[in-house]
Design a protein around this ligand. Structure first.
Ligand code: FDA
Length: 417
């Protein structure tokens, strides 16, 4: 049987693969898009709680982690959130901003998948799915990539890896990007789960397990090394107690920066950053308590602090501070100080994370030192890599899809050039 011939073959019909195929196809590239999963773009379908947080209007290089923080700059500036919004609007998809620049579909993530499929159709893209890739080789003489697939042999002068990271294996994630990188002599950055709930060892977490389900705004930080310097990365978002540890947006964000053995510092009452609705502008908690004590307040400490914490959490916390279970006027300064410190500088060291089964993204990927930031072509001529398979990982909030669109767009321009 003779091989099917294309100008380019894209492996992985997720966010980046679909968008790259559509953009290159519409520029005249004869293109095959193939994916081994039974269902199309399942990760887009489940994203954003089923509504797909498809971009973030604030997306910029500062919102991405990579061994080279500048690598994403070129692609992000050449295809912006506004460009993708224009496409979404062209397709008549209704959307809204949730908070912090995050844009979600009003109806469902399926709208974005349908849009990408229509865009592929407009580009005459051939799609094979499900179609497993059995092997890949480079025929140096012909200058072709030769793929043995479940539907026969495919030959193309260019090959694009858009096969994502390791997160959520049950919907089709594999380590193909790392395997092919090794085969073609490209450097990789070791993968690890990102945007993932953090866990604690059972004995350490036992006192907090009863708080499962409690959610509150918090400020969380971790120290990260930047070259020789150390700095604290902080996020102010909601956090959620679970049976095994901590989750919620604040924890997912910090999880991408957290390394094994590092303590997290958590402020459960971030004074200025997230005042409760209707709360007056506040002084630091300890100052407020001391001022109330100085006025001779007969209010219980629990009532004063209770303005700022869910009652289940407050009851639990005060149980560990017997010196504070009395009126403010009768509470020792030291006890107030210890209470505030435990609430506002809570230091706790996770033992691990929920892993790839729950991680929204995979950190690491093909090392950017071996990839052109202009074209996404690797050091191996004709081999491109886009989306999550590159060592570029966004924050929670639509940043990862924006990277998928932007890197795919840069690659598509190069394929057509
Ligand atoms: P993606 O994972 O989308 O696609 C890779 C494709 O390659 C898959 O279709 C897979 O089947 C295929 N593939 C893998 N191995 C293969 C092989 N061996 N052979 C053939 N095909 C293979 N981001 C965001 O910005 N906003 C959001 O709302 C969310 N929400 C969200 C929720 C959840 C639960 C998860 C898990 C993730 C998110 N994300 C997100 C992250 C976002 O989904 C992710 O960053 C992008 O989908 C990455 O796009 P890619 O195209 O690179 O990979």
């Amino acid at each position: 049987m003779s091989a099917a011939r294309f100008d380019a073959v894209v492996i992985g019909a997720g966010a980046a693969g679909l968008f790259c195929a559509a953009q290159a196809g519409q520029r005249g590239v004869k293109l095959l898009l193939l994916d081994h999963a039974a269902r199309l773009a399942e990760k887009i379908r489940i994203s954003g709680g089923g509504r797909c947080n498809f971009t973030n209007v604030q997306a910029g290089p500062a919102n991405y982690l990579s061994q080279n923080p500048h690598f994403c700059r070129s692609a992000l500036s050449r295809y912006t959130a506004q460009d993708f919004i224009a496409l979404v609007q062209k397709h008549g998809i209704a959307f809204h901003e949730k908070h912090k620049g995050q844009l979600f579909c009003d109806r469902s993530a399926g709208d974005i998948i349908d849009m990408l499929v229509r865009e592929c159709d407009a580009g005459g893209v051939t799609r094979w799915q499900p179609c497993a890739v059995e092997s890949v080789a480079h025929d140096g003489e012909a200058g072709d990539y030769v793929l043995q697939t479940a539907r026969g042999e495919v030959r193309a002068a260019r090959m694009v890896l858009a096969c994502g990271g390791l997160s959520i294996p049950k919907i089709g994630a594999t380590d193909l990007a790392w395997r092919l990188a090794e085969q073609f002599g490209l450097r990789t950055v070791a993968p690890r789960p990102g945007l993932v709930p953090l866990t604690f060892d059972a004995r350490q977490w036992q006192p907090f397990a009863a708080l499962a389900g409690v959610s509150l705004p918090g400020e969380i930080s971790v120290e990260v090394a930047q070259g020789k310097r150390k700095q604290r990365v902080r996020f102010s978002e909601d956090l959620l107690f679970t049976h095994r540890g901590l989750s919620g947006p604040a924890i997912l964000q910090i999880s991408s920066y957290w390394l094994d053995g590092q303590p997290l510092q958590i402020n459960l009452i971030p004074d200025a950053d997230s005042p409760l609705p209707d709360a007056p502008q506040r002084a630091p908690l300890l100052e407020q308590l001391r001022a109330a004590k100085a006025r001779g307040s007969r209010k219980l400490v629990a009532n004063e602090v209770g303005n700022y914490l869910p009652s289940r959490l407050l009851d639990h916390w005060l149980a560990g501070h017997p010196g504070c279970q009395r009126p403010l006027a009768a509470t020792a300064d030291k006890a107030l100080q210890q209470l505030c410190q435990s609430l506002q500088q809570w230091e706790i060291t996770p033992s691990g994370s929920e892993g790839y089964a729950k991680a929204e993204v995979t950190l690491g990927g093909i090392d950017t030192r071996d990839v052109s930031s202009q074209t996404m072509e690797t050091r191996q001529p004709g081999l491109y890599v886009i989306g999550e398979a590159v060592d570029v990982t966004g924050w929670l909030g639509g940043y990862n899809f924006q990277w998928a669109w932007a890197s795919a767009h840069a690659c598509a321009e190069a394929l057509a050039g």
